[in-house]
Design a binder for this molecule. Structure first.
Ligand code: NAD
Length: 324
């Protein structure tokens, strides 16, 4: 009998997982329902999928902020037909332009009243125009995060809330051909970790979460092989991409809803290969420290094919333990 599944048991399992899903939806609704949301880069890709999930979980009003005026207006108009007037507003703004963003948040605040959730999502991948990439992916993320904190923080007149900063899946082996893009996405983790410090949270009441999607089918991914620093990298890049299961934006948006329900401030979540979200953490630097013979004064080094190999001192294990 062991391991054998009776037909009745199967039916029970199906019913139980359906009821678990219903409970999950109810729990997400408790977090999202009635909330006012602002999404940057909401006119396409992941941002548009987030918008649809916020609507599904009965958010009150949503502002999408994007540089794509045509798509933004079309989406707002389409939603007006299905959900009624004033449910979704489009604001044209470039996240890398501080003046435009300050005005956009002011407008969003008067349209929404309180801003409860901000998804700091807008980003580009263009290694050839890496200064622009840095301006949007770091400057834009910082602009949005700072304004989100200003409008949501209790100590500046807000009611608290949730800020989600979108980074990327943290495995550098997958992004060797994207050095600048990867650097910008690592900066997002530093930004989130600083803003989510427990001392800040006590004053602001803003939960800061980092979302790290894996490879997802959007315009950003489709165009990426043509946006590398050099054409020579293209073959390796495409080979790398082919190793990974690409997921839909829908799956990432569904995962974000779960994260909003369970994610604590400072938490970092990966959603990859179409699977459920899982949490990762930035290790304590103490546990990352390498130890060398003679305390770095005289490092014993061998040189093999031009690479220096440092010898790790024998006391590493003991030192690590004292470090912990
Ligand atoms: N697609 C992936 O595989 C993937 C994986 C990890 C992380 N991400 C991140 O997710 C976020 C969304 O990416 P996506 O794949 O949906 O891209 P996308 O290109 O499909 O959509 C990006 C949206 O942002 C808007 N946008 C671009 N620059 C802007 C600016 N300066 N100001 C305002 N809006 C701007 C675009 O008009 C577009 O609507 C990005 O931060 C990206 O780095 C994507």
């Amino acid at each position: 009998m062991e391991g054998k599944i009776e037909p009745g048991m199967r039916a029970f399992r199906r019913r139980s997982s359906a009821s678990e899903r219903a409970k999950e939806i109810e729990a997400i609704n408790c977090i999202v329902s009635g909330k006012n949301v602002l999404i940057t880069g909401g006119a396409a890709g992941l941002g548009y999928a987030f918008l649809n999930h916020f609507l599904k979980h009965i958010a009150n009003k949503i502002v999408i902020l994007d540089i794509d005026v045509e798509a933004g207006k079309r989406i707002a108009l389409g939603i007006e037909k299905s959900y009624g007037e004033k449910k979704v507003h489009f604001i044209h703004a470039d996240v890398s332009n501080h003046k435009q963003m300050s005005e956009a948040f002011e407008e969003a605040s008067s349209l929404l009243g309180n801003i409860d959730i901000v998804v700091n999502n807008a980003g580009i991948l263009d290694e050839r125009r890496w200064e622009k990439e840095i301006a949007v992916n770091i400057g834009g993320m910082i602009n949005t995060a700072m304004l989100a904190m200003k409008y949501m923080s209790r100590n500046t007149g807000g009611h608290g809330g949730i800020l989600v900063n979108v980074s990327q899946h943290v495995d550098i082996r997958n992004t060797a051909q994207l050095p600048v893009y990867t650097a910008t996405k690592h900066a997002v983790i530093g930004l989130s970790q600083s803003l989510s410090d427990p001392n800040h949270y006590e004053k602001t009441g803003v939960t800061v979460i980092t979302l790290c999607p894996g490879l997802t089918e959007t315009a950003l991914t489709v165009d990426s092989p043509n946006k590398l620093l050099s054409r020579v990298m293209k073959a390796d890049f495409v080979k790398n991409l082919e190793q990974f299961a690409i997921q839909t934006p829908y799956i990432v948006a569904q995962g974000l809803m779960t994260i909003l329900r369970i994610g604590e401030t400072g938490s970092i979540w990966v959603i990859e290969s179409g699977k459920a979200p899982y949490e990762v953490y930035v290790p304590n630097p103490c546990t990352l420290r390498r130890y060398y013979k003679n305390n770095l004064a005289h490092v014993d080094a061998k040189v093999t094919r031009g690479h220096t190999i440092r010898e790790v001192c024998e006391t590493t294990r003991a030192s690590l333990m004292s470090c912990a």
